[in-house]
Design a protein around this ligand. Structure first.
Ligand code: SF4
Length: 447
């Protein structure tokens, strides 16, 4: 590649907030070097890459001039290290930069893969590349630009950091305390993205529910502001938020969800159904707070998608605690549930608890509990999805399905709808739901 028109590869992992960050990195690179070409994928040149899906589809035939790995370590370092190894083995001579959630222990392990790797951040990128900082709003993102992974999905980071210090989490050690971006800048970004053809806008952050608590506003006020000031045929997807914050402005938030431009989808991580475990996790919410939110949305809307996260095997979790988690799952009936077996993150209070043999849960018990929970959850998700059978939905096509000749679209509750045929992303259509699986609805395209 000519250095006059360098190619930068930006590969993100993890949550929507990290993908949003990756797109902001791409824009910072692009703003600093207008002739550059940014790709979000790398060529499939080596068998080692085959087990790393994000290194597959090629956007460029030659080696890039630099690779930015925007890593996620929330479930441990293994996934991020694998990505680093694959990138390094595939392109040993290409400069490698690491951004994202890279705590100290990950950095130490990454340097063992290659000591040439450079740790950087969005803020440092223009300076490190000898570029000028991009003019834009205080979120560091230009408005109305097209540099993103999907032409139809715009990711807008509304805040960074959080107001908590959960005992298992190393993200807050990296991201720090809440910093909310100004609503005016966020509205401008959404306006620009909608004008640029985005049909879905994802508002993301480490904990969207505490958005604005440092600046005297909140997520409901921000959402209303966007809905009022940005007309158009798009839908907002609100990002993950902790229950203890959401509950403070729940009625106003509910009001936002009545607008058809808001996906009937909420991601509220509960982590455990046991208040005793939640206290040990330093979560500062109760199981009842989560129940209240689930009740609120499930009562208000005929069809709603409740998404949550649960950790099993946290140090000291007893059979009774686990039974309470099972009970909470059955009562609140989420359709999406990310179940994680506890893994100690170095430097966290939970890692110290895990050192205590009296508290540590054996791996076999963690496996057993996660299997029981997953089995129960799958049945709930299947039953929730089966409720849609016979309904007609307006859907937007998202991507090709895993099975050849199929397409995945999203309905108003952000449920994936599997359709027959190869239908271009961004197509809007009506579909009748003809069947259900635990992780998708099955639909047929209506004329
Ligand atoms: S809210 Fe808790 S889990 Fe989420 S980033 Fe903050 S400390 Fe980590």
């Amino acid at each position: 590649m000519s250095s006059e028109s360098p190619v930068y590869a930006v590969i993100s992992q993890g949550c929507a907030a990290n993908f949003g960050e990756g797109e902001r990195i791409a824009r910072a690179l692009s703003a600093g070097h207008p002739n550059c070409h940014v790709v979000f994928r790398l060529p499939d040149v080596q068998d080692a890459a085959k087990s790393t899906p994000s290194l597959h589809a090629s956007g460029v035939q030659d080696a890039p001039d630099a690779i930015y790995l925007n890593v996620c370590t929330v479930k441990g370092n293994a996934g991020a290290l694998k990505l680093l190894r694959t990138a390094f083995e595939t392109y040993p001579d290409v400069p490698l930069f690491i951004t994202g959630c890279a705590p100290k222990d990950f950095r130490e392990e990454a340097l063992k893969v290659t000591d040439k790797v450079v740790f950087t951040s969005l803020e440092e990128i223009p300076a490190s590349a000898g570029m000028t900082k991009q003019a834009g709003n205080d979120n560091g993102a230009a408005t109305g630009n097209t540099l993103r992974e999907s032409p139809f999905v715009g990711i807008v980071n509304i805040e960074e950091g959080c107001l908590d210090a959960c005992a298992f989490c190393s993200t807050h050690l990296v991201k720090g305390r809440l910093k909310s971006y100004a609503p005016e800048g966020i509205v401008e970004q959404v306006r620009g993205l909608v004008a640029d053809g985005c049909l879905e806008i994802q508002l993301t952050g480490q904990d969207c529910a505490c958005y604005g608590f440092d600046t005297g506003t909140n997520l409901a006020a921000l959402t209303q502001r966007i809905l009022v000031h940005v007309p158009g045929n798009y839908r907002l997807r609100l990002g993950m938020g902790n229950p203890r914050h959401m509950i403070q402005y729940a009625d106003a938030l509910l009001d936002c969800f009545r607008d058809e431009r808001v996906y009937k989808f909420v991601h509220v991580p509960v982590q455990s159904g046991s208040d005793r475990v939640l206290r040990a996790m330093n979560r500062r919410h109760t199981a009842e707070d989560f129940r209240q939110i689930a009740r609120m949305f499930n009562t208000e809307f005929r069809r709603f998608t409740l998404s949550t996260d649960i950790i099993v095997g946290f140090p000291g979790e007893t059979d009774d605690d686990f039974a309470e988690t099972m009970r909470l799952l059955e009562e609140t009936r989420p359709t999406v549930c990310n179940i994680t077996r506890f893994v100690a993150r170095p430097g966290t209070p939970a890692a110290r608890m895990e050192q205590d043999a009296g508290l540590r849960i054996p791996e076999s018990v963690k496996h057993e509990r996660s299997a029981i929970l997953f089995d129960a959850f799958q049945k709930i998700a299947q039953a929730n999805n089966a409720l849609w059978t016979g309904d007609t939905c307006d859907v937007v096509v998202e991507k090709p399905g895993h099975r050849a000749g199929t397409t995945i679209a999203r309905n108003e509750a952000y449920r994936p709808v599997a359709l027959a045929g190869d239908i271009p992303a961004g197509t809007r259509l009506k579909a009748r739901i003809t069947g259900a699986e635990p992780f998708a609805l099955i639909g047929e395209r209506l004329p």
